[in-house]
Design a protein around this ligand. Structure first.
Ligand code: SF4
Length: 84
């Protein structure tokens, strides 16, 4: 009961990540070395059922690094600029 309460408090917003396709492929594609291609990460995001939730989460939480919801950090920055 106590543990259930803690789980509910700490992780309700992250339940969607259980369906994350990248959780099955590993994080390497999604956090490439600077200058490396993010094409493979984007391809996987394109097949992911929770892509829009993922992108929304990244924007809401100001995630600066890696590919989230099919967009690179640069593209998310651009999206923020144009959507305000
Ligand atoms: S959209 Fe991409 S980064 Fe987000 S959970 Fe799916 S595979 Fe992972």
């Amino acid at each position: 009961m106590h543990i259930d309460t803690i789980t509910t408090i700490t992780s309700p917003d992250l339940d969607w990540q259980q369906e994350a396709l990248c959780a099955q492929t590993g994080a390497d594609f999604f956090f490439p070395e600077p200058g490396s291609s993010v094409r493979e990460a984007k391809r996987i995001c394109g097949m992911c059922a929770i892509r829009s939730t993922c992108l929304e989460y990244a924007l809401d939480n100001d995630e600066r690094f890696g590919v989230w919801g099919g967009l690179s950090e640069k593209e998310r920055l651009e999206l923020r600029r144009t959507s305000h």
